[in-house]
Design a protein around this ligand. Structure first.
Ligand code: MOS
Length: 748
């Protein structure tokens, strides 16, 4: 039986209500003592060899007969009016097949993609498609744009001073923060400034579009193939069924690649105009000018506590710079929800600047908000004379502070214990005492809070034929996290086959089984139960076939290691003995994700401890070790999970030590849009990482899985900041902690 249910999902802090279709699900949950087979065993990535050998076809690798190259004319000015543009000259360039200028433009979500009043450097004015890149570049020159430059504001504080507010400031109040703050015996005030961090996925935004009659096929690097399909259908005036979106392999997105993006819409529009396939690939410079960033934020706190460090009041405000567009990422969510605190005021003011639009970036808001809060909390711990971990324990939230809801599971206290043990926290003052005059070591802690519960809608289809090699179909994309491998593991367990014997069809909207976007740390927790359910239904059918064949009751049979076995051990036959009888038929089944329990808070938690070494002569900070202990529920693939933790920590180190978008205030343009100037961490910056999970399967959630994509980046930078303060006695309040800032801090 299928039914429609109303469900609630928290997507990166925004509550979404959805109607979803779910099938009646008889799939039993794993029992606590039940062996879960390949689920929970480390597995290498199914697509690893294909990727590493170069055989994988990424979007930019797609080659179609007659395919054109597209280029975009972008404003060099932070704010301007286009006075003249020679579209005819561009059209006259040899090899040019399509030219789109302002006014004849496609749109995305109601906003024109090409305009004659660019509001930031890099804003698109016109787009061309030509037989080759050289002709496209010539056409851009032939456009000979003349601009009238206008005044602009790129500085966040100046934008705030001018009250360039984007959207509505938001305020949350709990209790009586003013009175509680006035009465608190221990108080700190602190201001933190977070930089704009650029996503820099290895693969820049790109798309290839091809029309055939009224059917549109688009390859696009996207975290949401169905979102891209919906965007393209609505902008091109097509039924969804006439738009096919393909994203088979992807080189990361980190939150900046939801939906079709301007690149896919422009490629589709140029393709329609030229009647040829069109490829549009952003250069690294374009990527970093226009494709999004983690919002810079100025966060201030006044925190009041009892003498034992028990929080009484938090007064927090944040100004965040969204550039041209974006939403108010939940930068004060940690202040609201990470700890128990009866009195709170949290005010967020998003401002508009003449810069490209912001985009979600791995734990948007929460990562930089945690970085600020966790250091302010250490300032409080120091003032109260309480050990930083002890302070966090004392303020542990037993229920969700914002909603008073029970958590489905929370093992944060265990995470503190385990991390402290693994890091040698009790010896941290000895570590500092061992420092010599020049080289100083220290250790710092930070907590992690995030959402990450999956939910419907998510659907999967499984089929198995005579070779007993199951085919799993899921309508989702793998942005590089290993979701596809985790899906194969889940199906393999139900069918008793090897993980590598499962073929996963994904990354294509023409596949069966509508799946979730890759974001909000929700993907696997959403899709895996649907895969398990489909796999289970196929398992039940196979066992019934085997029961007929071997004349044993199906309830006495199991599927394991490619065999049908009776529980009493008398029967052991290859699964192909059963499937071999299928001839050209398949046994098939579908599965869907059931809703989470209503009225409960689904959150992930964790704790990281950083050990750093600071060279006080050069200002260079090195992270020696990160201990990461997270509660993210059941781990499907420990190897994949560890890889997510490594990646999150490395990106957190980037934020803490080196990553920073620099804007020239005199021209309003980016000084460091390329990877030669914008520093990101490399393997040489990788510390020793000790990674553990305290999360046993969540008892309230399907398969017990919570999300993992975002949690590991959240506490890293805060822990590093606290470690630097522990090592040097100097609190740095502006990231990244470059040698210059460290030396300035040390100089007082
Ligand atoms: Mo994300 S920032 O949910 O990809």
């Amino acid at each position: 039986m299928t039914r429609l249910v109303r469900t609630e999902a928290v997507v990166e802090g925004r509550v979404e209500e959805r109607w979803t279709l779910v099938e009646d699900d008889q799939t039993p949950e794993y029992q606590t003592d039940e062996p879960t087979g390949p689920v929970g065993q480390p597995a290498t990535r199914l697509t690893g060899a294909t990727r590493a050998s170069g055989a994988a076809v990424y979007t930019a690798d797609v080659q179609l007969p007659g395919m054109l190259e597209a280029r975009v004319l972008r404003s060099p000015h932070a704010n301007a009016r286009v006075v003249s543009l020679d579209l005819d000259a561009a059209r006259a360039v040899h090899g040019i097949r399509a030219v789109l200028g302002p006014g004849e433009q496609p749109q995305l979500e109601g906003s024109p993609l090409l305009g004659d009043a660019p509001r930031y450097a890099g804003a698109a004015v016109a787009a061309v498609a030509a037989d080759n890149a050289a002709a496209a570049e010539l056409a851009l020159e032939a456009l000979a744009p003349v601009y009238e430059p206008l005044g602009f504001v790129t500085d966040m504080d100046e934008a705030f001073a001018q009250q360039n507010i984007l959207g509505e400031p938001s305020e949350t109040v709990r209790g009586d923060p003013d009175a509680a703050l006035a009465a608190a015996p221990v108080k700190i005030e602190a201001e933190y400034l977070a930089p704009a961090q650029l996503h820099n996925p290895l693969e820049t935004h790109c798309a290839v579009a091809a029309w055939r009659a009224d059917e549109l096929t688009v390859w696009v690097s996207t975290q949401a193939i169905y979102g891209a399909q919906a965007d393209l259908a609505s902008e091109m005036g097509l039924d969804r069924e006439h738009v096919r979106v393909i994203c088979q392999y992807m080189g990361g997105g980190f939150g900046a690649k939801f939906g079709a993006g301007p690149e896919a819409i422009l490629a589709a529009a140029l393709s329609r105009e030229s009647r040829r396939p069109v490829r549009l690939v952003l250069s690294r410079r374009e990527e970093n000018q226009v494709a999004g960033f983690r919002t810079p934020a100025r966060v201030t706190f006044a925190i009041g506590a009892d003498t034992d460090g028990t929080l009484q009041a938090i007064e927090a405000s944040a100004v965040m710079g969204l550039g041209d567009d974006g939403w108010a990422f939940p930068v004060l969510e940690p202040a609201k929800s990470l700890y128990s605190c009866p009195n709170l005021r949290a005010m967020v003011v998003p401002v508009r600047q003449n810069l490209g639009p912001a985009a979600a970036f791995r734990a948007p808001g929460v990562m930089e908000g945690t970085w600020a809060l966790e250091q302010a909390l250490d300032e409080l711990a120091e003032k109260a004379g309480v050990d930083p971990i002890e302070l966090r324990r004392r303020n542990h939230a037993d229920v969700d502070p914002g909603t008073d809801r029970q958590y489905t599971s929370k093992r944060l206290l265990e995470a503190y214990d385990r991390a402290a043990e693994l890091a040698g926290w009790d010896n941290r003052d000895q570590l500092r005492a061992d420092s010599n005059g020049r080289i100083k070591r220290g250790m710092g802690v930070a907590s992690q809070y995030w959402w990450g519960g999956g939910g419907p809608p998510a659907y999967a289809e499984v089929r198995i034929g005579k070779e007993a090699r199951p085919v799993l179909s899921v309508g989702l994309q793998d942005l590089g996290t290993g979701t596809i491998t985790a899906c194969a593991i889940t199906a393999a367990e139900r069918l008793g086959v090897r993980v590598e014997d499962v073929t996963v069809l994904a990354g294509d909207t023409s596949r069966m089984g509508h799946g979730p976007f890759s974001g909000g740390s929700m993907t696997l927790a959403s899709i895996a139960p649907a895969v398990r359910s489909a796999g289970h239904r196929v398992r039940v059918q196979l066992l019934e076939l085997a029961a007929d064949l071997f004349e044993i009751s199906a309830s006495d049979l199991v599927l394991v290691d490619g065999e049908v076995r009776s529980v009493d051990g008398t029967l052991r036959a290859p699964l192909t003995d059963v499937t071999g009888k299928l001839g050209s038929a398949w046994v098939t089944a579908s599965g869907s994700r059931s809703p989470n329990p209503a009225g409960m808070a689904v959150n992930t938690f964790g704790c990281q401890i950083a050990q750093v070494v600071v060279d006080t002569w050069t200002g260079v900070v090195r992270v020696e070790k990160i201990v990461a202990v997270h509660d993210v529920g059941r781990i499907v693939n420990p190897m994949g999970a560890r890889s997510q933790v490594n990646g999150g920590i490395l990106q957190g180190i980037g934020f803490a030590l080196m990553e920073e978008r620099v804007v020239d205030p005199t021209t309003g343009t980016l000084v460091n849009p390329g990877l030669e100037d914008y520093k990101i961490p490399t393997m040489a910056d990788l510390p020793e990482i000790v990674c553990e999970f305290v999360g046993t399967p969540d008892p309230e959630l399907a398969m017990g899985i919570k999300g993992l994509g975002e949690p590991p980046i959240i506490p890293t930078a805060g822990a590093i900041g606290n470690a630097i303060a522990h090592a040097t006695g100097v609190r740095l309040r502006e990231a990244p902690y470059t040698p210059r800032r460290v030396l300035e801090g040390l100089a007082g």
